[in-house]
Design a protein around this ligand. Structure first.
Ligand code: GLP
Length: 244
């Protein structure tokens, strides 16, 4: 779905999320969201905060699982995805503190595999992800599933691509300061979601979005795996549609 600009695209995605939350509330049920970081979803979170403050949207029945976190990473660091999510969304809505989950960047390396298995189990125990929000990396990554990630990959510790670290160099004041690793939900973790919305904004993402949607399904463009998911929508703005 192509929107004329980023704001309209973001409002539409926020509406889909809020409709789902409200529907589940009416049915007396909880909802499980898969959430993303990066610049792309920021306007979606802004609109969700507005809906909470101005239109009474409650997050009391919401559980969420973020896709990824750098490793190692302290949650109070300005680069932490915990801090990002609290500042961009969680601190401004009524989601119960224990309901949101973000991979833990502070664990000793030997504890990560067990943590990742628990993360997957927790999602399953809640009935699976109802709605997964995704951005896309310039190299086609989803979460931090870099090129080469397999379709059956699960939540795990990965080594970041040079391209990904270079893209983050500005925020970290130099590529040397960008962590070399991250914990990410796997491709299979993402593909198990009932509904997936990938957002692409701006001309900079136009080539990789075209490759993901129209190119071959390949581990070299992990977002192309989404062609195999029966309930996925790409929501993009006009500049991002230029290569389609
Ligand atoms: C990071 C995140 C991804 C995100 C990507 C794109 O690598 N781990 O989940 O999709 O960046 O970021 P942006 O939305 O800022 O372009």
């Amino acid at each position: 779905k192509i929107y004329s600009n980023a704001s309209l695209a973001s409002i539409a995605v926020a509406k889909e999320i809020s409709d789902l939350i409200r529907q589940r509330q009416e049915d007396g049920k909880h909802v499980v969201l898969g959430l993303a970081t990066g610049s792309t979803p920021i306007k979606v979170y802004k609109e969700l905060i507005r809906l909470h403050k101005e239109e009474g949207l409650s997050f009391s029945n919401v559980y969420s699982f973020n896709l990824d976190e750098y490793y190692p990473m302290q949650p109070d660091s300005i680069h932490s995805y915990v801090r990002f999510m609290e500042e961009q969304l969680f601190n401004h809505v009524d989601i119960p503190k224990g309901n949101y989950n973000i991979p833990n960047g502070t664990l000793p390396q030997e504890d990560i595999a067990a943590f990742c298995a628990e993360y997957e189990q927790k999602i399953e125990d809640l009935g699976g992800i109802d709605f997964q929000l995704l951005g896309i990396g310039g190299n086609g990554h989803i979460g931090f599933n870099e090129p080469g990630s397999l379709q059956n990959s699960k939540t795990r510790l990965i080594t970041l691509d040079h391209v990904t670290r270079a893209a983050a160099a500005g925020e970290f004041q130099g590529i040397q300061k960008v962590p070399r690793k991250a914990i990410t939900a796997g491709v299979s973790t993402i593909m198990k979601a009932e509904r997936i919305v990938l957002m692409g904004l701006g001309e900079g993402k136009s080539k990789i979005v075209a490759a993901a949607v129209e190119g071959p399904i390949t581990d070299q463009v992990p977002a192309s795996y989404l062609q195999l998911h029966s309930n996925t929508m790409f929501v993009i703005d006009e500049p991002c549609s230029s290569e389609l």
